[in-house]
Design a protein around this ligand. Structure first.
Ligand code: SAH
Length: 216
C-alpha cells in the first residue's frame, strides 16, 4: 500500500473502529491491511477511508467502515470456515472475509458490479478461495452449502427461506432486517432445529432485490 493509504487506513481503524468498540484483533488487522481505496477508485484516498458509506458509479454502494467491521465482528469467522456473502457490491467486504481465512462464496445480481469486483479481487486477494457468482442471492447457493456463516449486505424484508436451509449447524447468519428506509442488523444462531434471533444496531442498506426479497 502506498504511504498515504496506509496512514489513512491506520487512522480509520483507530478513530472509527477501535474508538467505537470494535475489539476483534483479526478484524482490526484485516481492516488495516485490505486496501479500501482500490475498491473505490473514483474517490480520493482520504474519502475512501472516511467515516461514510459511499455511493459510486453503477449505483454501487460500499458500506461505512464501521458497519463492515461491526458486522464482520458479529459474524465470528474462524480460518477455514465457509462463508456465503450476499451482495458483493465493490468486493470490499469479500476481501475482508477472505483475509480472515474464510472460503468465500459471494453472490451479486449486477453483472457490471460483479465484473468490477472480480478484477479488483484478483489483484487484492490473489490465490484466495473466492467463488463469485452472478445470481439472485435470495436463493442462496445450495451447491456449496452448508455454510458456517452467512452475511447479507443488503436490506431484507424477512429472512429468505434458503438461508435457514443452507446454514450449518451450528451456524450464524447476520442480516439487515426491516423496511426499505431502515433496518436492524440481526444475528441468527442455528442450534439444531432452533434459530435464535438477536437484534443489534440500526442500519441502512440498499434493498435485497429478488425472488425471496424485495420485488421478486
Ligand atoms: N458489501 C458490499 C456492499 C453491498 S451493497 C461492499 O462491501 O461493497 C448491496 C449489494 O447487494 C448491491 O451491489 C446490490 O446490487 C446487491 N444485491 C441486491 N439484491 C441482491 C440479490 N438478490 N442477490 C445478489 N446481490 C444483490
Amino acid at each position: 500500500m502506498i504511504d498515504q493509504a496506509r496512514i489513512a487506513a491506520d487512522r480509520m481503524v483507530n478513530s472509527q473502529l477501535t474508538a467505537r468498540g470494535v475489539r476483534d484483533i483479526a478484524v482490526l488487522e484485516a481492516m488495516r491491511i485490505v486496501p479500501r481505496h482500490l475498491f473505490v477508485p473514483e474517490v480520493t484516498i482520504q474519502r475512501a477511508y472516511s467515516d461514510h458509506a459511499l455511493t459510486l458509479t453503477a449505483g454501487q454502494t460500499i458500506s461505512q467502515p464501521y458497519i463492515v467491521a461491526h458486522m464482520t465482528e458479529l459474524l465470528e469467522v474462524q480460518p477455514g470456515m465457509t462463508v456465503l456473502e450476499v451482495g458483493t457490491g465493490s468486493g470490499y467486504q469479500t476481501a475482508i472475509l477472505s483475509h480472515l481465512g474464510a472460503k468465500v462464496v459471494t453472490i451479486e445480481r449486477s453483472a457490471e458490479l460483479l465484473d468490477r469486483a472480480k478484477t479488483i479481487l484478483a489483484e487484492v486477494c490473489h490465490g484466495s478461495l473466492i467463488r463469485m457468482l452472478l445470481a439472485d442471492g435470495t436463493l442462496g447457493y445450495p451447491q456449496d452449502a452448508p455454510y458456517d456463516r452467512i452475511l447479507v449486505t443488503a436490506a431484507a424484508p424477512h429472512v429468505p427461506a434458503a438461508y435457514r436451509q443452507q446454514l450449518a449447524d451450528p451456524g450464524r447468519l447476520v442480516i439487515p432486517l426491516g423496511d426499505r428506509d431502515g433496518q436492524t442488523i440481526t444475528v441468527i444462531d442455528r442450534m439444531g432445529a432452533d434459530f435464535i434471533q438477536t437484534d443489534d444496531i440500526a442500519c441502512r442498506f440498499v434493498p435485497l432485490v429478488g425472488e425471496d426479497g424485495w420485488g421478486g
